[in-house]
Design a protein around this ligand. Sequence first.
Ligand SMILES: Cc1cc2nc3c(=O)[nH]c(=O)nc-3n(C[C@H](O)[C@H](O)[C@H](O)COP(=O)(O)OP(=O)(O)OC[C@H]3O[C@@H](n4cnc5c(N)ncnc54)[C@H](O)[C@@H]3O)c2cc1C
Length: 398
Amino acid sequence: MSCVIAGGGPAGAVLALLLARAGVEVTLLEKHADFLRDFRGDTIHPSTLQVLDELGLTEELLKLPHRKTYGFTLLTDDGRVQMADLHGLPGKYDYIAFVPQWDFLKIVTSAAERYPTFRLLMNAEAYGLIREGDTCKGLRYRDASGEHEIRAALTVAADGRGSVLRAAAGLVPQELGAPMDVLWFRLPREESDLDEPFLRVSAGNIMVGINRVTYWQLAYVIHKGGHDRLVQEGIGTFRETVARLLPFLEDRVGQIAGYDDLSTLTVALNRLRRWHRPGFLAIGDAAHAMSPVFGVGINLAVQDAVATANLLAGRLRAGGPVPEQDLHRLERRRLLPTRVTQAAQRLAQDRLIGPALDSTGRAPGIPVRMIGSPLVRPLIRRFLGLGVRPEHVRTPVH
Ligand SMILES: Cc1cc2nc3c(=O)[nH]c(=O)nc-3n(C[C@H](O)[C@H](O)[C@H](O)COP(=O)(O)OP(=O)(O)OC[C@H]3O[C@@H](n4cnc5c(N)ncnc54)[C@H](O)[C@@H]3O)c2cc1C
C-alpha cells in the first residue's frame, strides 16, 4: 500500500480521491458508519468549488438541494449589516454553497470509488502507528471483526482536532486559545423567515443561523466551560434568550424541550509546530484545529489535501518512500495560509466575539462598523471566498 489515510472528513476524503485518481493505491479509514453528523459545518467556499470544478464534480454537487449565499447578514440590536458581499469575486464562483457536509463527503468518496486503487473502510478506527525505528510504516485500526494493521509508505493523519495518530506520532499542538464553545440545535424554518445565513450579535450573546430549507441549524456561542451555568439557569431562560435575539422564532422556541436537544461542541484553535515525521504527515484539523469563525476550516482542510496530492502523488505512485524534505516542503507551503487564517480568527475572537460575550450594555459597535466599511469589505470578500494561497489540482488522471 502506498498511502493510508485516517479520517474521512474533508481533508482525508479529498486527498484520497486525488491520490486514487492519480493512480496511487490508497486506503481511507473512517471510524463512523456514515458521514451523517451535524457539527461538521456546511460551507463550500468558492475556492473549494473551484477545486471540485477541476475534478469535474461541481455539477453533481450543485444538483443536490443547496443554498447559494453571496454574503452573510449581521443582525445587531441596531439593525442589519450586509457582511462580506462575494459578488464580483474573481474566478468562476462568487458564492458559498451551503451543502450538508455528509452530501459533500458522499460525492467525494463515491467519485474515488470509481478508481480501482481506492479502498474505503467505514467503521474502522485507527488507534496507533506501526513504527520501525524512527519511521512510520503504517497504522493499526480496529473494526467489528477485531484489530488489524495496514502497512504504507505514507500514513496521513486526517482524523480531526482530536487526532489520535498525531498523538501516537508524539506531536503536540500549540494552543492558540478559543474563548468559546458552541451549542448546536435546530428549529423549524418557515418560508417567511429570512433567507441568508446570519450572525446575530447582541450584548452578552452571539448566535449563528444556517438555513437548511425546512429548519434552522442554530449555534449559540457560550464562554468556554459556560455550559453548566446555562443549565443552572434553566431551559426556560434559554428559550427566552433565543426569542429575544431572534423574534421571528418566538413562536417556535417552545419546541426546545430540554438541554438534550442541544449538543455542546468544543471549539479549539491550535497548530502543530511540526506536521510530519518520517513516513507520517498530519493535515487539516489534525495539523491545525480551526475555530468555526468565518466557517473556513473545511476550505483549509481541502486546500491542504490538494497541496499534499500535488506534491506527493508522483512519489506515492512509484510506491514511495516519501523523503522527509518533501513532507517539510508541504508543511512550509501550507503554514502561511494556516497562520494568516488563524490570526484572522483570533482577531475576530478577541475583538468581536470576546467583547460581545462579555458586554452587558449595548453590543460593541466599532468592529461592526469596521466590518461594514467599504475599505475592509473587499479584503473580507477575498479572504472568505478564496482564502490565502488557494490551491489548484495539478495531479494527473491515471
Ligand atoms: C462548532 C464548529 C462549527 C464549524 N463550522 C464550520 C463551518 O461552517 N464551515 C467550515 O468551513 N468549518 C467549520 N468548522 C471547522 C471545520 O469543522 C474543520 O476545520 C474541518 O471539518 C476540518 O476538516 P478535517 O477533515 O481536517 O477534520 P474533520 O472534519 O474533523 O474530520 C475528521 C474525520 O476523521 C474521523 N476520525 C476521527 N478519529 C478517527 C480515527 N481514530 N480513525 C478513523 N477516523 C477518525 C472523524 O469521524 C471525521 O470524519 C467548524 C468547527 C466547529 C468546532
